[in-house]
Design a protein around this ligand. Structure first.
Ligand code: CA
Ligand code: CA
Ligand code: CA
Length: 384
C-alpha cells in the first residue's frame, strides 16, 4: 500500500520534473554591465532625437502676444541631453534608475530651467526602465503684438513654459539585430505648454503710427503643443533602430493641441490723449482651441486708424510745403493778404508754434527743410 503510494508520488514528481525541463519558459535575467551600457547609449541617442524637435511647427513659432518661441525659451536643442549629462557606468537598470533619480536640477546650467526625473522605476527581472521627464521655466517677457498696421512693444508679463514626456524602455537580448534590443514600449508624447494669466497687464505707452497710445488690458494663455512619436511598424516596440533610422517627420508629428480652457484670451485697450474719450481702440484675440487652427486677432482702431497711415516723413512733408508757400509769398514783400487785415509777417508769427514744434522734433535727429530730399533737409527756421 505504502509502496504503491510512493510509486505514484515518484511518478508524479518525475513527470513534473520532465515538464519543467521541456517547457520553453525563458526566465529573464538581469542585464550585464555591457547590456546596461547599451540602454545608456540608447537613452542618450533618444535625447538627440528630442533635441531635434527644436523649431518644428508650433515649437518654433512665437507664442501669441510675445516674440519668443517655446524652443528657444526651453533651450530645446540641447535640453534633454544637458539634463541627462554623464550617466557613468551603471551595472544594472536599477542602478541606472538610481542615477536618473539624482538628476533633478532646479536651474539647469544656469538657464533658469528646472528639470525633474519623476516616477523613475526599473525592474532587473523584467528588464524595464521608465520615468517621466519634466522641464519648466518661468520667465518675464515683454508683450509684443504685431498685426497689420499695429506693432506694440510693451510691459513684461510672466510666462511659464513646461515640457513633459514619459519614457518606458524595454530590453530584449534575444532580438536578432543588436539595434533592436533596446526599445520604447510606449509611443511617447512630448507635451509642451505655454501659459500666462495676467488679469491686468502693467499699462504701457507705445507708438502707434504718429501718435503715442497707452495700452492696458488682460491676457491669458494656455497654449499646448504636442510632439507625438509613432512606432513605424506598429509592433509595440519603438526600437533604437527605428528612431535612429526614421526621418524625424515620419517619426514625430508636431502640432497644436487643445489647451486648458481658452487657449488665447487677450483683450487690449488703446488710448491716445489726442482723441477725446477712452479707450479709443481695442485689440481682441481669443481662441478656445488652437488644434482646429488659429483665429486671427480683431483690431478695432476707430479714429486711431488715421494715425497708423501717416508717418513722420509725411507730416514733415506737409510742414515743408506750408513753409515753402509762406516763404514764396514773403519773397515778394510783406504783402497784405487778400480779405485779411494781416500782413504775411503776421501770418509767420501765427506759424511760430508750428516752427517751435519742428525745433523740438529737430532734437530727435530728424532733418527737415526746404530741399527736396527724403527726408527733406535744410533750414526752415529762417522765418523767425
Ligand atoms: Ca517597432
Ligand atoms: Ca482650449
Ligand atoms: Ca481655433
Amino acid at each position: 500500500m505504502m509502496s504503491q503510494l510512493l510509486g505514484k508520488l515518484l511518478t508524479v514528481s518525475v513527470f513534473l520534473t520532465l515538464m519543467a525541463t521541456l517547457s520553453p519558459v525563458r526566465t529573464a535575467h538581469a542585464l550585464d554591465p555591457d547590456e546596461v551600457s547599451e540602454v545608456v547609449t540608447a537613452l542618450q541617442d533618444l535625447g538627440m532625437i528630442v533635441n531635434g524637435l527644436s523649431g518644428i511647427a508650433g515649437l518654433g513659432e512665437p507664442i501669441p502676444f510675445t516674440d519668443v518661441n517655446p524652443s528657444e525659451v526651453l533651450h530645446l536643442d540641447t535640453l534633454f541631453t544637458d539634463a541627462l549629462g554623464f550617466l557613468g557606468a551603471p551595472e544594472s537598470l536599477e542602478e541606472l534608475a538610481a542615477i536618473l533619480d539624482t538628476l533633478d536640477n532646479p536651474d539647469l546650467g544656469g538657464t533658469g530651467i528646472a528639470v525633474l526625473f519623476n516616477n523613475v522605476m526599473a525592474d532587473d527581472t523584467a528588464n524595464t526602465l521608465s520615468f517621466d521627464f519634466v522641464a519648466t521655466r518661468t520667465l518675464s517677457v515683454p508683450i509684443n503684438f504685431a498685426f497689420e498696421d499695429v506693432n506694440l512693444d510693451g510691459s513684461p508679463i510672466s510666462l511659464t513654459l513646461q515640457l513633459s514626456v514619459p519614457f518606458a524602455f524595454g530590453y530584449d537580448g534575444a532580438a536578432s539585430i543588436p539595434a533592436e534590443k533596446v526599445f520604447l514600449t510606449n509611443e511617447p508624447t512630448v507635451a509642451v505648454t505655454a501659459s500666462a494669466d495676467v488679469p491686468a497687464i502693467t499699462a504701457f505707452e507705445t507708438q502707434l503710427g504718429f501718435t503715442s497710445v497707452t495700452v492696458a488690458g488682460s491676457l491669458s494663455l494656455n497654449i499646448a503643443i504636442n510632439a507625438v512619436f509613432a512606432d513605424p511598424d506598429m509592433n509595440g516596440r519603438l526600437t533604437f533602430d527605428e528612431w535612429s533610422s526614421t526621418a524625424l517627420g515620419d517619426l514625430v508629428t508636431v502640432g497644436f493641441a487643445d489647451g486648458t480652457g481658452e487657449d488665447i484670451n487677450g483683450n487690449l485697450t488703446l488710448d491716445a490723449t489726442i482723441i477725446p474719450g477712452s479707450p479709443d481702440a481695442t485689440i481682441t484675440w481669443t481662441d478656445t482651441n488652437l488644434a482646429d487652427g488659429a483665429d486671427t486677432p480683431t483690431v478695432t482702431l476707430n479714429s486711431l486708424e488715421d494715425f497708423t497711415n501717416i508717418d513722420a516723413t509725411a507730416v514733415f512733408g506737409g510742414i515743408v510745403s506750408a513753409t515753402t508757400a509762406l516763404m514764396a509769398v514773403q519773397d515778394r514783400g510783406d504783402l497784405q493778404l487778400p480779405l485779411l487785415a494781416d500782413h504775411v509777417s503776421d501770418v509767420v508769427r501765427f506759424a511760430e508754434p508750428l516752427i517751435k514744434f519742428v525745433h523740438e522734433l529737430g532734437d530727435a535727429a530728424v532733418v527737415c527743410g526746404l530741399n527736396d530730399t527724403i527726408p527733406p533737409s535744410g533750414s526752415v527756421f529762417g522765418l523767425d
